[in-house]
Design a binder for this molecule. Sequence first.
Ligand code: IPD
Ligand code: MG
Ligand code: MG
Length: 335
Amino acid sequence: MSLEELHSIFSVFALPIFDLSSNILRRTSRMADWTECMNYGIHIAREAREVILHAFRIKKAVMLKSSPADLVTETDQRVERMLISAIKAKYPHHKFIGEESVAAGEKLILTDSPTWIIDPIDGTANFVHRFPFVAISIAFAVNKQTEFGIVYSCIEDKLYSAQRGRGAFCNDIPLATSGQEDITKCLLVTEIGAERDQLALATMTSNIHRLLEIPVHGIRAVGTAAVDMCLISTGGADAYYHIGMHCWDIAASALIVSEAGGVVIDTNGSEFDMMARRVIAASSMSVARRIAQAIQAFPCERDDDPRAHPQKAQIEHSTDSGNDVHKKAGGHRRL
Ligand SMILES: O=P([O-])([O-])O[C@@H]1[C@H](O)[C@H](O)[C@@H](O)[C@H](O)[C@H]1O
Ligand SMILES: [Mg+2]
Ligand SMILES: [Mg+2]
């Protein structure tokens, strides 16, 4: 049989077989159901909440990361270790991006593999001061797409969750954004993050000025990016914007907002990129675009920039009802 004849047989029979199998593969990956992982994520988040609730009330050792306002405690580190080891025991092949692991020197790389993106305590400054809004944020991404998100606002006992294509919930009650289209009727939420350099401060304050000038009804800051975003999913606020946060702060809540019917975009109006450290979450595209038009961003290294997170000295201090005692501690990675 000639080579040409072989080729024609191959194209008639073999190709459809190949097509069929690749279709099955595609369909299988489309149908992949991560519900079991999500339920496990909720289960371990509930356990982690107990640790946070206990530590919330007692004296804490506080360490600094990138700035005098970027705090970390032993509880952040403990909760992250606890979550990661529980997940590893059940899903040994899954990957992780954890705030405190990255701070300790681990590389931040999002691959196509199933990856858990974890902020063990979102709102550490609140936690240190006992300001009652702290959250555990857990997102799960496959092929760089978020499949589910869990945000547990620990003190309020509100568990927000969403699975891609299946809606968003708070303590099992379905969520919907306000649907507001008119920026002048909006209550906004933002955060003054941990940046304390002149350009960041000037940009953040001028953004607040520009938005108040529109005018909007008001601007709030709760102290946890994850909960701020969830407030958009409940309709309790109409839009949120933030520059300088990290992927672990907002990966879970971005899905929760989208699944509640909201929109999530970059502050420059382009598609949301969880590594870009810029986000607008809003009740409608018209409100999101109006905010993008009004605000400016200050430069931030991308989370997945391999040059990001260089070493930085760490200072340790203890806090008990606001009386701080500073101590020197070892090296730390800048965030
Ligand atoms: O450090 P952390 O408390 O997990 O997270 C911070 C909080 O979400 C804060 O509201 C936001 O302004 C910062 O940008 C975040 O880094
Ligand atoms: Mg955080
Ligand atoms: Mg944190």
